[in-house]
Ligand binder design. Structure first.
Ligand SMILES: [Ca+2]
Length: 114
């Protein structure tokens, strides 16, 4: 990745972070995002540890389709920005606490290709 591409990626990530903060502020004031029929290509979850330790782990991520209640993330491909062990367990439908996937520690993310 070139320096320019890296900088653009950083700017986009910063803008996404700022939009998230803005949205959270609006929601705290009572605003609710409209429910629209929208198609999504992927889910990306950014993390930096959790409330217990610095590990980036997921037992399960589910994306539930409105109307049908179908988990559209089930058994889809999961990739990581760094590292990645047992990523398939993040979307395998098993909610057991010992059935998890994890990625490198630090600020990273997973992407679930829907
Ligand atoms: Ca699982």
């Amino acid at each position: 990745m070139s320096t320019r591409e890296q900088r653009l990626t950083e700017v986009v990530q910063h803008m996404a972070h700022e939009m998230k903060i803005l949205k959270q502020g609006l929601i705290s004031m009572g605003w609710r995002p409209p429910l629209e029929d929208t198609e999504y290509r992927y889910i990306r979850d950014h993390v930096d540890g959790n409330s217990k330790n610095s590990w980036n782990t997921w037992v399960e991520v589910q994306v539930i389709e409105r109307g049908t209640g179908t988990n559209v993330a089930l058994n889809k491909t999961v990739t990581a920005s760094a590292g990645g062990t047992d990523l398939h367990k993040i979307v395998n439908g098993n909610l057991d606490i010992n059935d998890y996937g994890y990625i490198a520690q630090g600020k990273h993310y997973i992407t679930i290709d829907l």
